[in-house]
Write a protein that binds this ligand. Structure first.
Ligand code: NDP
Length: 292
């Protein structure tokens, strides 16, 4: 039927949050409350929305949310000092620095200053290296959410051709590592890729993480393929702004075996995975068994 090939990220995320909340309830009986600190520097409107949603959802699953909003002219030293305090704070199990940071700040230095055990975004070089070498890492939230939806839809991913369009450190590269770990044959495409259409047409799993509205049309999608659209693009449409993905949803849905919508696909799963990572970090810190 019509709804069959839609992957409902919103419902999937609600399910993940419910499982996290149940676990948090049990931890609280042992007087442990997981805490997530979110640091926002400056006044980027999109970032403010993300940070607000993260705070709301963190509290909804019963965790403590610590929000640190710093002015746009915050110095590197002041930001590093805050990270140091959060690293030392036993009530804080997860630390997230909202990106992008203002240009005058060194984002790499800030991310690498976070205690790797509290690095719930998985961007610290130690976690990147652990993931790349197949060791127990904190896995970046967006690709983790994509992987969960793919496994749910397809079961065993072994041997499938996966094409990821985009090679960023926060989405494309960790997505490639995760799919490789699940024994896909992985191709990473980017702005210099030749015959991108032809490359995409080989994909059993097509992940779009580019940031260009509707750049992937339906005729780049192999019939029956599973399409994961990470892109979040604001476009003007009849005087109103709305969100679209990197994939042309209508034409892609007509050929795809399954596809995530924008909004309501990868986005909600990203925040749910952030909460799951915070729970994991808390359990590890307390020496308790980790949730599934
Ligand atoms: P980046 O800008 O860091 O990376 C974009 C990638 O796309 C680059 O590797 C770039 O290639 C590639 N690219 C750009 N133009 C083309 C092209 N014409 N053909 C092929 N490849 C191209 O973006 P992010 O990875 O941070 O984010 C990607 C998208 O995902 C954005 O829309 C972002 O808003 C969204 N996003 C959504 C999240 C969610 O929760 N749903 C979370 C994070 C991001 P090159 O390296 O050669 O320049």
């Amino acid at each position: 039927t019509d709804q069959d090939n839609l992957i409902d990220g919103k419902a999937f995320a609600a399910d993940v949050r419910q499982r996290v909340a149940a676990h948090v309830t049990r931890l609280k009986q042992d007087r442990i409350t997981p805490g997530l600190a979110v640091v926002l520097v400056g006044e980027d409107p999109a970032s403010e929305v993300y940070v607000r949603n993260k705070g709301i959802q963190t509290r909804e699953v019963g965790m403590n949310s610590y929000e640190h909003k710093l002015p746009a002219d915050t110095t590197q030293d002041a930001l590093m000092a805050l990270i140091g305090r959060l690293n030392a704070d036993a009530d804080v199990h997860g630390i997230l620095v909202q990106l992008p940071l203002p240009d005058h700040l060194d984002a790499e230095a800030v991310l690498n200053a976070i205690d790797p055990g509290k690095d719930v975004d998985g961007f610290h070089i130690l976690n990147v290296g652990l993931l790349a070498t197949g060791q127990k890492a904190m896995v970046p939230c967006t690709p983790l959410g994509c992987l969960m939806m793919l496994r749910d839809r397809l079961g065993d991913l072994s041997g499938l051709n996966a094409v990821i369009v985009g090679r960023s450190n926060i989405v494309g590269k960790p997505m490639a590592q995760l799919l490789l770990r699940d024994s896909c044959t992985v191709t990473i495409a980017h702005s210099r890729t030749r015959d991108l259409a032809g490359v995409c047409r080989q994909a059993d799993i097509l992940v779009a993480a580019v940031g260009r509205p509707r750049m992937i049309p339906g005729d780049w999608v192999k019939p029956g393929a599973t399409v994961i659209d990470v892109g979040i693009n604001r476009i003007e449409d009849g005087g109103r702004t709305r969100l679209v993905g990197d994939v042309d949803f209508a034409s892609a849905r007509a050929v795809a075996g399954a596809i995530t919508p924008v909004p309501g696909g990868v986005g909600p799963m990203t925040i749910a995975c952030l909460l799951a990572n915070t729970l994991t970090a808390c359990c590890r810190a307390a020496g308790l068994p980790e949730p599934e």
